[in-house]
Ligand binder design. Structure first.
Ligand code: GLA
Length: 391
C-alpha cells in the first residue's frame, strides 16, 4: 500500500479531527471483457487494481458529518438529519451511501471522514464506485452494522442509482469490493454468483491509455443505452414471453424480432447478445491459456462498442487502431461506460515502454496533447488499510 497516501491521510485527519478510528482502502477497477452487459443481466469479467481510494474515519459524539477531500482541498459539512444532494459531486458519493443506510434502517450517527487516493478521477476506473464502497465499508465497521460484502455492493450501487442519478449496473462496486490479487471475477449479474479466474500476468503488462476525455455526456447517454436495451426486450417479449432481459435472448431472436424495427435498438441489442456470448467464449480461452484468442475478442468488443453500441469516442478509436497491428499487443479495447476514459491494453512484458512511446507520438500528432498512461496490476478488494492503534 502506498505509505505516502496513508501518512498524508492520517496527518490531515489529525489536523482536522484528531485520531481516526479506521482507515479503509477501496480500489478502482478494470474490466477485461463484458462491457455494458451488467445491467442486461449478463456476465462481466472485472478485477480490482492497485490504485485505490483511501478513507480515514472517526466517530463523533453528535449528528454532524464532516468531510474532507484531501486531493481537492475541499471540505463539506452537513448533518445526519439533513442529508441532501450537494451539487458539488464528490460529497454525493459519500452522502448517497449514508442516505441508503439510513433508508434501510441502519443506525448511523455523526462522523468525520477524510478521503484521498491515487485512482485517476474521471478516467473510467470507477473512482466513484471506490468511494461508495470505501464509505459503506468504513461506516459498516465504525457502527458495527453487520452488512456482508454483497449487501455493501448492492447498497453502494443503489446510492449511485438513486442519489447520484446514474443507472449503473453492479460491476464497478462488485469489482472494488470483491477484487482478488491475480484473479479476474466472472460475475453473473443475474444471480450475483461469481467465480475467481486466474489471470496470469507473468508475460503480460496491463497498460491503460487515457483518452483525456472527461465523460460529461456519459450519464445521460449511459441511461439512454439502458432504455434502448429495455425497448429491445419489450419487442422480443411479444414473441418470446420468457425473455425478461437481453441475457435471455440470442442473436436469432434479435434478428427475428428487431431487424425490421428501429435500427438503433437493433444495433444495441445485437452488440449485447454478442458480447454476452463473447465473454463466455473468452473465459474458455482463459482456462485454455489461449491469450491470443482472448485478445482478439477484446478487439471485437471494441468494434461492437464503437460501431453498434456507439459509446466510444474518436480518441479511444484512435488508441485502439494504433495498437491493433502491434505484435507486442495481445488485445485492446475501450473500457468502462465509454465516451472517454481509458483503453485497456494487454502488452507483452517488457515491451510497454516502447509501445507507449510510439502511441504517445501518434496521439500527440492527432490530438495535440500528451497521452497519459497507467501501468496497473490486479489487486485485492476493499479492506481495512490500517487500524489507528496498529501503527
Ligand atoms: C460503467 C457502469 C457499469 C457498467 C460499465 C459498462 O462503468 O458503472 O455498471 O455498466 O459502465 O460495462
Amino acid at each position: 500500500m502506498p505509505q505516502n497516501i496513508l501518512t498524508r491521510i492520517q496527518k490531515i485527519f489529525n489536523q482536522h479531527f484528531g485520531e481516526p478510528d479506521y482507515i479503509v482502502r477501496s480500489p478502482g477497477r478494470i474490466n477485461m471483457i463484458g462491457e455494458h452487459t451488467d445491467y442486461n443481466l449478463g456476465f462481466v469479467l472485472p478485477a480490482a487494481i492497485d490504485k485505490a481510494i483511501y478513507m480515514a474515519i472517526g466517530k463523533r459524539e453528535d449528528q454532524e458529518i464532516h468531510l474532507v477531500a484531501a486531493d481537492l482541498e475541499a471540505t463539506y459539512v452537513t448533518t445526519i438529519e439533513n442529508i441532501a444532494y450537494s451539487h458539488l459531486e464528490w460529497p454525493d458519493y459519500i452522502l448517497g451511501v449514508v442516505d441508503q443506510l439510513l433508508k434501510a434502517g441502519y443506525l448511523v450517527t455523526g462522523f468525520n471522514l477524510v478521503v484521498a487516493g491515487d485512482v485517476p478521477l474521471g478516467a473510467g476506473l470507477s473512482s466513484s464506485a471506490a468511494v461508495e464502497c470505501a464509505t459503506c465499508f468504513a461506516l459498516n465497521t465504525l457502527f458495527a452494522l453487520g452488512l456482508d460484502r454483497k449487501q455493501m455492493v448492492q447498497l453502494s450501487q443503489k446510492a449511485e442509482n438513486e442519489f447520484v442519478g446514474v443507472q449503473c449496473g453492479i460491476m464497478d462496486q462488485f469489482a472494488s469490493m470483491f477484487g482478488k490479487k491475480e484473479q479476474v471475477i466472472k460475475l453473473d449479474c443475474r444471480s450475483i454468483e461469481y467465480a475467481y479466474m486466474p489471470f496470469d500476468t507473468s508475460d503480460i503488462q496491463i497498460v491503460l491509455m487515457d483518452t483525456g476525455v472527461k465523460h460529461s455526456l456519459a450519464s445521460t447517454e449511459y441511461n439512454q443505452r439502458r432504455i434502448e436495451c429495455e425497448e429491445g426486450v419489450r419487442v422480443i417479449q411479444k414473441k418470446y414471453p420468457t425473455v425478461v432481459s437481453l441475457r435471455d435472448a440470442n442473436s436469432n431472436m434479435v434478428n427475428e424480432c428487431l431487424k425490421t424495427g428501429d435500427p438503433i435498438v437493433y444495433n444495441r441489442c445485437t452488440y449485447i447478445v454478442e458480447e454476452i456470448q463473447r465473454l463466455q467464449d473468452a473465459c474458455i480461452n482463459l482456462v485454455q491459456h489461449d491469450l491470443p484468442a482472448f485478445g482478439k475478442k477484446m478487439f471485437a468488443t471494441h468494434d461492437g462498442l464503437s460501431r453498434l453500441y456507439e459509446v466510444s469516442c474518436k480518441e479511444a478509436d484512435e488508441l485502439v487502431a494504433a495498437v491493433r497491428n502491434e505484435q507486442t499487443v495481445v488485445g485492446a479495447r475501450m473500457m468502462g461506460g465509454g465516451f472517454g476514459g481509458c483503453t485497456i491494453n494487454l502488452v507483452k512484458k517488457g515491451r510497454s515502454e516502447e509501445l507507449i512511446e510510439k502511441v504517445s507520438g501518434i496521439f500527440y500528432s492527432r490530438f495535440s496533447r500528451p497521452l497519459k498512461t497507467y501501468l496497473v496490476n490486479i489487486d485485492d478488494g476493499t479492506s481495512l488499510a490500517l487500524l489507528n492503534n496498529e501503527q
